[in-house]
Write a new protein. Structure first.
Length: 252
C-alpha cells in the first residue's frame, strides 16, 4: 500500500544561510504560507549569530532556536510533524539537528518533530569544508535519518557568463568550486557546485538557471517561481523516493 507524504499539510521551518539576512527569506515564507495554509517561520539569525558558527557554541546557539521553534510548530501541526527547509549552511546544520547524536552537550533528535528536510544549495561535501561541516558528514552521512525523514536536496546551475549571473557570481564561482570540489569548471549556483549540493541518499533536483542567493543572480532558491518548482517536487508518492528526481543533464 502506498502512503503519501504531505508536507503541505504541516508547518514549515526555514533556517537560512551564512550571513544572509532573514528578510531575504520573506518572499519564500510568504509564498509557502499562502500556498499551504500552514504556519511558516524563519529562524531568527543576525550577522553575529552566523559569525559565531565558526565554533561549536555558535552552532548550538542557532540549533537551540531551531529546536524551540520546531517544537512549537509541531504542537500546532495536524500531522504532529513539520517540514524543514535549510538554505546553504542551514541545510547542513539541520541534518545535525535531526539526528540523535551528542553535540555540544545536546541531543536534539529532531526526527521526533520533523519528517521532511529540503536543502537548497547546501555544501554537503567539500574538500576544504569547515571542521564542523566535516564532523556532520562523518557522524551522520547522507540521508542519515531516512526513511523516517524524507530528504530532498536541490542544486542550482547558473552559467556565470549569463546575464542572469551577477558580478559576485562571476568573481567567486571558480575559486569556490575549486575549494569545494576541486574543479573550477564545475556546474553550480555561483557558490556551491552541483556535486556538493546533492546529498547522498536524498532525492535530487537540479534547477536552472538558479543562483545561490540574491547576491549571485536574479533567480535564486528563494525566488517565488523557483520555490514553486522545488516545492512541487515534493508532491510524489513514497514509491518514487526510490528513484532520485533529476533533470536532463544533471551532474557536473
Amino acid at each position: 500500500m502506498v502512503t503519501r507524504l504531505a508536507p503541505g499539510d504541516q508547518p514549515v521551518l526555514i533556517l537560512g544561510g551564512f550571513l544572509i539576512d532573514v528578510q531575504a527569506y520573506r518572499p519564500m515564507a510568504q509564498h509557502l504560507q499562502a500556498r499551504i495554509g500552514q504556519p511558516v517561520r524563519v529562524v531568527p539569525a543576525n550577522r553575529f549569530d552566523w559569525v559565531a558558527t565558526v565554533g561549536r557554541w555558535g552552532w548550538v546557539r542557532l540549533l537551540d532556536r531551531v529546536d524551540a521553534l520546531a517544537r512549537e510548530l509541531a504542537a500546532l501541526s495536524p500531522s504532529g510533524k513539520i517540514t524543514l527547509i535549510g538554505h546553504s549552511s542551514g541545510g547542513v546544520m539541520l541534518r545535525l539537528w535531526l539526528a540523535d547524536e551528542p553535540f555540544g552537550g545536546r541531543r536534539y533528535n529532531g526526527v521526533d518533530h520533523a519528517n521532511t528536510l529540503i536543502t537548497l544549495g547546501s555544501p554537503h561535501t567539500a574538500i576544504r569544508a569547515t571542521a564542523l561541516r566535516q564532523w556532520v558528514d562523518q557522524h551522520m552521512p547522507g540521508a542519515f535519518c531516512a526513511p523516517a525523514v524524507r530528504y530532498l536536496s536541490v542544486a542550482g546551475r547558473l552559467d556565470p557568463r549569463s546575464p542572469l549571473a551577477s558580478a559576485t557570481s562571476r568573481r567567486l564561482a571558480t575559486r569556490s568550486y575549486t575549494a569545494i570540489c576541486g574543479n573550477p569548471d564545475a556546474a553550480g549556483d555561483g557558490l556551491v557546485p552541483v556535486s556538493s549540493a546533492l546529498l547522498a541518499g536524498a532525492e535530487h533536483l537540479v534547477l536552472e538557471p538558479v543562483a545561490h542567493g540574491g547576491a549571485f543572480g536574479q533567480r535564486w532558491y528563494g525566488t517565488p517561481e523557483v520555490v514553486a518548482q522545488w516545492w512541487d517536487a515534493l508532491d510524489t508518492s513514497v514509491e518514487r523516493q526510490q528513484s532520485p528526481l533529476r533533470r536532463p543533464g544533471d551532474g557536473t
